[in-house]
Design a protein around this ligand. Structure first.
Ligand SMILES: Nc1ncnc2c1ncn2[C@@H]1O[C@H](COP(=O)(O)OP(=O)(O)O)[C@@H](O)[C@H]1O
Ligand SMILES: [Mg+2]
Length: 231
């Protein structure tokens, strides 16, 4: 038995608004094996983004266990966590979050500026990654010169260029038409099946969830029964 890549036990997270405490995640326990493609579904406000942000090390739980590849993420200090995140997690957002003044190439290169790679190694890696998402012919375009689907493919390239173990995506197809959404989902499939990336994707689109190999449902800060993992 190998340990799961993501291990969550009795995770609790609340936000404070004035003197009011909103309990967002009540008692979450979840194990995600390496190589999984997991969809996280649930109504708006159920805590999906909160849970994803905790897993990605963007936010911290109040209590409970949160281990990734055996490391206690919840116990890390800010700078340690930032370094861990840069090396291990690729984040894909609903609205792409690209830098508008940078070209596709420069957006994808950004995470590599924090690594010891040489300029030449960086450029090779960026070109290869843009080829992988089928945008080799668009690398000098800025985001406003690209369609939504193309911008999301740039964002995916940026998420995978540092070769992270874990890819988290928060409604990655939420702003896209059917055709572009299907392209993004097949790209995620490919990253999961061909490169062995572990993917956790928040969505409330059943068609998007159908691409995943297992689905986890969140309601009012609690997980409903897990559905069996499909082959
Ligand atoms: N930074 C925050 N401060 C206060 N409340 C928050 C914050 N982030 C999220 N919430 C609240 O937590 C609940 C869950 O939010 P979220 O995780 O974004 O849900 P989902 O992604 O499932 O729509 C909501 O009621 C939201 O208002
Ligand atoms: Mg959300």
């Amino acid at each position: 038995m190998t340990a799961p890549l993501v291990l969550i036990e009795h995770l609790v997270k609340s936000y404070r608004r004035g003197d009011q405490v909103v309990e967002v995640l009540r008692d979450i326990s979840l194990a995600i094996p390496a190589g999984a493609f997991t969809a996280l579904m649930g109504p708006s406000g159920s805590g999906k983004s909160t849970l994803l942000n905790l897993i990605a090390g963007i936010d911290k739980p109040d209590s409970g266990v949160l281990r990734i590849a055996g490391l206690d993420i919840a116990g890390m200090g800010e700078s340690e966590l930032a370094a861990w995140r840069a090396a291990n997690v690729g984040f894909i957002f609903q609205f792409y979050n690209l830098m508008p003044v940078l070209t596709a190439f420069e957006n994808v290169e950004l995470p590599l500026l924090l690594t010891p790679l040489s300029r030449r190694e960086r450029r090779e890696r960026v070109a290869l990654t843009l080829e992988m998402v089928n945008l080799a012919d668009r690398m000098d375009h800025t985001p406003n010169e690209l369609s939504g689907g193309q911008q999301q493919r740039v964002a995916i390239a940026r998420a995978i260029v540092s070769d992270p173990t874990l890819i988290v995506a928060d409604e990655p197809t939420g702003d896209l038409d059917r055709h572009s959404a299907a392209e993004i989902l097949s790209l995620l499939q490919q990253l999961n099946q061909q490169l062995g990336k572990t993917i956790i994707m928040v969505t409330h689109d059943a068609q998007a969830a159908a691409q995943a190999r297992n689905v986890v449902h969140l309601e009012k800060g609690e997980l409903l029964a897990d559905e069996p993992q499909r082959a």
